[in-house]
Ligand binder design. Structure first.
Ligand SMILES: [Cu+2]
Length: 277
């Protein structure tokens, strides 16, 4: 069994290295992660692959030792048991070797944590608010464009739209720009994620969390709320479209007009709530 896991681990490593998986969306029979659209995610995948090799080799090594002991040192094959209780050399080896393995893991691990948590100078900021059960986005550096992003129900899907993933208003960002996310929750805890970006962060009511990404490839990327938040948790997807600088500038101009007049769902809710009081 252990050997099976080791081999399947190595197998999925080679799959990921071959870049078989899709960008921004799960693929049929997918093993391993979605293809990376940020340097950070590429970094995470190579760290993940390093760990798989280490885990695989450790499992293989331990399995071989176990098999040797099971067959060579059982009572039948070895009728006179040894009496020794200590072996200084082997004790040094099994202390020092794991320490060295942990150091090999720790160095890229801390490097990755640093890259994730220390946010580089952003080109602009997007504020993300998780609501039951949709997302709200604000672009404070672009005239406070604000809109809600709601799932397109299955019976209203147009050609090319995806069940449980497509939304009415996608987040639009330019390629190769550092985007800072400031996230919060309006009601309960949600979590915003785009697997291909290597970003996942809790949106907590009454608290601001920060994350960032710099997409290095144009395209559409999907994620799904990743913190159980109520009955429609599965129906509040995240869609980010990465476009060229020109397309982004064009979208900003259009969005200023489009979202200027449309009151957000949140505002309607608040209005009806206060009217009822
Ligand atoms: Cu949720």
């Amino acid at each position: 069994m252990a050997v099976f896991f080791a081999i399947s681990g190595l197998f999925s490593t080679s799959l990921a290295l071959a870049g078989e998986n899709d960008y921004g969306i799960a693929s049929e029979w997918q093993m391993d992660t979605q293809a990376p659209a940020t340097d950070l995610m590429a970094n995470m995948i190579s760290f993940h692959n390093l760990l798989l090799w280490i885990i695989g080799l450790v499992v293989l090594f331990v399995t071989i030792l176990l098999l040797i002991i099971i067959f060579k040192y059982n009572a039948k094959a070895n009728p006179v048991p040894a009496k020794f209780t200590h072996n200084t050399f082997i004790e040094i080896v099994w202390t020092v070797l794991p320490i060295m393995i942990l150091v090999v893991i720790a160095i890229p691990s801390f490097d990755l944590l640093y890259k994730q948590r220390v946010i580089p100078e952003p080109d602009f900021t997007i504020k993300v608010t998780g609501n039951q059960w949709y997302w709200s986005y604000e672009y404070p550096d672009h005239d406070d464009i604000a809109f809600d992003s709601v799932l397109i129900p299955e019976d209203e899907l147009q050609e090319g739209q995806l069940r449980l993933l497509s939304v009415d208003n996608e987040v639009i960002v330019p390629v190769n720009k550092t985007v800072r996310l400031i996230v919060t929750g309006a009601d309960v805890i949600h979590a915003w994620t785009i697997p291909s970006f290597g970003v996942k962060i809790d949106t907590i009511p009454g608290r601001l969390n920060e994350a960032w990404f710099k997409a290095n490839r144009e395209g559409i990327y999907y994620g799904q709320c990743s913190e159980l938040c109520g009955k429609d948790h599965a129906f509040m997807p995240i869609a980010v479209r990465v476009v060229s600088d020109e397309e982004f500038a064009k979208w900003v101009e259009e969005a200023k007009v489009k979202f200027a007049s449309a009151p957000s769902i949140q505002q309607i809710k608040v209005a009806s709530f206060s009217a009822a009081e």
